[in-house]
Design a protein around this ligand. Sequence first.
Ligand code: SF4
Ligand code: SF4
Length: 166
Amino acid sequence: MNNCTGACCKWGVFADVTERDNILNHTKMIQKYLEPMQEKNPDKWFESDVCEDIDFPSGMAIGTQANEHGCVFLDSNGLCALQKAALAEGLHPYALKPFYCIAFPLVISQHSLMIDDLEIENRPNCCSLSDNGTKNILDLCATELDFMLGGEGFEEFNKIFDQQNR
Ligand code: SF4
Ligand code: SF4
């Protein structure tokens, strides 16, 4: 993770339709923080098709569009314009960012919390498992786990993790 380049934003992300609506409700604000090469037209920020997915709160997900630069919200420095906009406007940094962008490299798949192991196998330089690594998932992803599980859930996770790794 010390080598993060935003490469996992290359293909965009699936967002809940309510997250899409939240982003579109802040269109003018977000547009202020887009670079010249980034797509300004909100009609081109998301795919046209919505799909059913049980791992999203509403049960309906939609992909952000991606182009040769990656996700439409990815800037030339590997930063997310949604987070940049939120921070610059004094909002919570995650006010506009899709859940799965905040959680990565953790994911929820078929209601199970897991590391996105299929994806990280392709990333030996960044969020990947290391055979001789000295850090565990709690060392590296405490922020993401806390975000995903909430305070009480995170505490419970810590207890179970301790019991299993004694
Ligand atoms: S996989 Fe992790 S370290 Fe690699 S680009 Fe994505 S967030 Fe950054
Ligand atoms: S919305 Fe932001 S964090 Fe998520 S894939 Fe796009 S650029 Fe990356």
